[in-house]
Design a protein around this ligand. Structure first.
Ligand code: B4P
Length: 182
């Protein structure tokens, strides 16, 4: 059974949803950089204040800040982990690689959740989080296409990529993922 997983996909593809389900089933650590950053904002920490405007515009937070959060959390992990929303660009992918080599916990599989753009826009508008306005969603999708999408080829070249059709119901998707984890 694979223990070190990563979810890749557009905003609203369901990375958080699937990572949460799997982390409950296997008691793995679910590390969502988006969720951790939102918590910092809620708690009004210095970090939260630094990232609030950036996130509300749908832009990416700096690589150093995100790396700091990831490092802190992975260091304390024992059972297994699921990265959700990180890395989001090539520089973050290279930093992650370094951290995982340092802690001797290599990535074993990357699930790429594939979804048509019209479906994700509908999903996010329905969810209605602060950064789910039409304008912000467009920015997030544009940034995704420019900076995150190249990671699909990056992980394919490392023979880590598993393709998942994410335009299906939750259960069907998670059964598919579990089969590919075995
Ligand atoms: P994230 O928190 O990563 O989240 P997300 O884009 O909303 O996507 P996700 O794919 O997790 O969607 P979800 O499961 O919730 O990013 C938010 C922001 O944080 C970024 O814009 C950026 O500013 C910042 N950030 C995060 N990581 C960063 C990094 N590494 N570097 C820099 N900045 C970073 O699903 C969406 C909706 O669809 C939900 O309502 C869900 O219920 C629904 N849904 C899910 N699966 C479904 C299905 N199969 N069928 C129907 N509905 C479904």
């Amino acid at each position: 059974m694979k223990k070190h997983l990563l979810f890749l996909g557009a905003p609203g593809a369901g990375k958080g949803t699937q990572a949460e389900l799997l982390s409950q089933t296997y008691s793995y650590l679910h590390l969502s950089t988006g969720e951790l950053l939102r918590k910092e904002i809620e708690m009004n920490t210095i970090l939260g204040m630094q990232v609030k405007d950036i996130m509300n515009k749908g832009e990416l937070v700096s690589d150093e800040l995100v790396l700091k959060i990831v490092k802190q959390n992975l260091d304390n992990n024992k059972k297994g982990w699921i990265l959700d929303g990180y890395p989001r660009n090539l520089s973050q992918a290279n930093s992650l690689n370094k951290v995982l080599t340092e802690i001797n916990q290599p990535l074993e599989v990357v699930f790429y959740l594939d979804i048509p753009e019209e479906v994700l826009i509908k999903r996010l508008l329905l969810r209605g989080r602060k950064d789910d306005t039409e304008e912000t969603i467009r920015t997030r999708v544009d940034i995704y296409k420019k900076t995150t999408e190249p990671l699909i080829q990056y992980f394919k070249d490392l023979s880590l990529l598993e393709y998942i059709d994410a335009d299906r119901d939750l259960k069907t998707i998670s059964s598919d993922i579990e089969l590919k984890m075995a």
